[in-house]
Design a protein around this ligand. Sequence first.
Ligand code: PGA
Length: 257
Amino acid sequence: MVRKPIIGGNWKMNRGTPEDSKEMLESLIPLVLEINSVDIVIVVPFTVLTTVSKLLNGTNIKLGAQNMYFEDKGAYTGEVSPRFLKAIGVEYVILGHSERRDIFNESDSLINKKLKKALSLDLKPIVCIGEHLEEREAGKTKDIITYQINETFKALTKEEMIKTVIAYEPIWAIGTGKTATPEQAEEIHIFIREYINQKFDRDTADSIRIQYGGSVKPTNAEDLFKKKNIDGGLVGGASLETNSFYQIINAAALTIK
Ligand code: PGA
């Protein structure tokens, strides 16, 4: 089973004026033009989606949003409809990032509603799951992952599950410079895949893409992506500069399995 690796660059709230977005993308676009073996997604703040959508038009880089609401329209001040995202060329959406869960109290059931909505509109979801440091230290990583899969992916069909990208992001590794070792990451990726096999079937488990996220850098990307069950990465800090992000994309292209 060949799964196409996917590299997401999540700018969070760190980059995203029209000027600094343009500056970075104009240097990145020509560098990655020939890389077709990897799905490359740039995930930018809402305010710059339209600008970036135009910049990416006709390139092989896809556009992603960092969040969305689960309703199409209505009195939801401050929220963003998935239909608005679709209308400006957004293809991917990150759901349930640990920062949304921890800082903005997003629950698994809310993420599940968003996920079903995104799938119903053909937006491609990147759903984040992962444990806190205390949970890992208490030996609860697999329980947390199991719970998150059960709740976040509740009532999804096999077809919907296959369209979803999972990002395994151990929270203790996000923005901390502490990467999970390739072995630690692979162990959980195998666990996730096997659990999906149990809940769905072999075909679903073998088809679904599972990215790793948490301090992915040019220096560790290749070792992580070489692992059989790691299908690319969701990158925060190292996606903010052209050179480091390009090296990570290249690492994914070099380690196609
Ligand atoms: P990081 O962020 O690469 O800066 O650790 C990853 C993420 O939050 O997706």
